[in-house]
Design a protein around this ligand. Structure first.
Ligand code: XIL
Length: 318
């Protein structure tokens, strides 16, 4: 038994991991990531982002993400697709373009249509809009918001619904777990979409969290339940739990284990929570140290593929 098989036995759809083609030639990594007891779902970590899929306007590149999708399909693993409308990892033709609401919405709709049509039928879910909010619940000043206002959100979800009616359509963001004003903003996004008559199926909680600063299982479940009450499903989409400073002590690793258990446990506690995805399962490939210097050791496995106390605790929980 492993994380995924036990998660399924608990009534959930998957326990998954982010992965990428640069991990494909690492045999030790592949032995774990393609073991379906362990992981039943992949999310491409970078290769479906706009800068990769449409680096030049109208010219689409799916080479890398296709390899991730094929690996998942050949293993019978689900795919969560990530992401369409996001302010980061944009090609310069978008981020530095001169736009009107009309010209930018046409480019956005064309992007969503082309990428989602290419993967139609292959994605359990798409993160349609990613990180639209500031921590205080107001809209982030992205090129999309400054040009189009909040309309870019229903425009994105409408384009997504018509490009692949079989994919679950998600709003995805970080700090929803820890910051109630930001969760309030995400509730408003769900309501805005419903009021506009646009389809939204789920809210993704990235859960990039810090050891010792993670809400309790009960608090996390209460936050998930706010969204379940709106009639959408929820998932942890990018879970990792970084130590605030390194090296981690044994006590820090025990706290990390308790925090992982709180997060996974809160998904078990809420029927609308469909699964948990970790944002890489080994420190060898974690994004954390590169992006947050001084933080790290955030994954379930060490860089040398040893299982941490957090891994054992999650397995025990399940
Ligand atoms: C990160 C990747 O892990 C890195 O490799 C990349 O350099 C930057 O993006 N929120 C998201 C993810 O939605 O796409 C980000 O992934 C992490 C934060």
């Amino acid at each position: 038994q492993g994380l995924h098989s036990l998660m399924v036995a608990a009534g959930k759809l998957y326990f998954g991991t982010a992965t990428e083609t640069n991990n494909f030639n690492d045999a030790a990594y592949q032995a774990i990531s393609t073991n379906k007891n362990e992981f039943g779902m992949f999310t491409p970590e970078n290769s479906q982002k706009w800068e990769v899929t449409e680096p030049t306007q109208g010219q689409f590149v799916f080479t890398q993400a296709d390899q991730v999708a094929q690996k998942a399909a050949s293993n019978g693993q689900l795919l969560r697709c990530h992401t369409l409308t996001w302010h980061s990892q944009l090609p310069s033709f978008v981020s530095s373009g001169t736009w009107t609401p009309e010209t930018l919405s046409a480019v956005l709709e064309a992007h969503i249509k082309s990428v989602m049509t290419h993967y139609a039928g292959q994605c359990y879910a798409w993160d349609v809009v990613n990180e639209a909010l500031n921590d205080d619940g107001t809209f982030r000043e992205s090129v999309f918001f400054t040009t189009m206002g909040p309309d870019y959100i229903p425009i994105s979800f409408r384009a997504a619904a018509s490009a692949d009616p079989s994919a679950k359509l998600y709003y995805n963001d970080f700090n929803l777990e820890t910051t109630s004003s930001k969760a309030d903003g995400a509730v408003k996004i769900v309501q805005l979409l419903k009021d506009a008559g646009a389809k939204i199926d789920g809210v993704g909680f990235q859960a990039h969290l810090t050891v010792g600063q993670t809400p309790s299982r009960e608090e996390l479940a209460a936050t998930l339940s706010r969204f379940a009450a709106l009639g959408v499903e929820v998932a942890y989409t990018e879970l990792d739990l970084a130590h605030a400073s390194l090296p981690a002590s044994d006590a820090d690793r025990e706290q990390q284990a308790r925090d992982y258990v709180a997060v996974v446990g809160s998904c078990l506690d809420v029927a609308a929570c469909v699964g948990v995805t970790v944002w890489q399962f080994t420190d060898r490939y974690s994004w954390v140290p590169n992006t947050f210097p001084g933080k790290g050791d955030a994954c379930l496995y060490t860089s040398e593929y040893h299982k941490k106390p957090a891994y054992e605790a999650v397995l025990e929980l399940l």
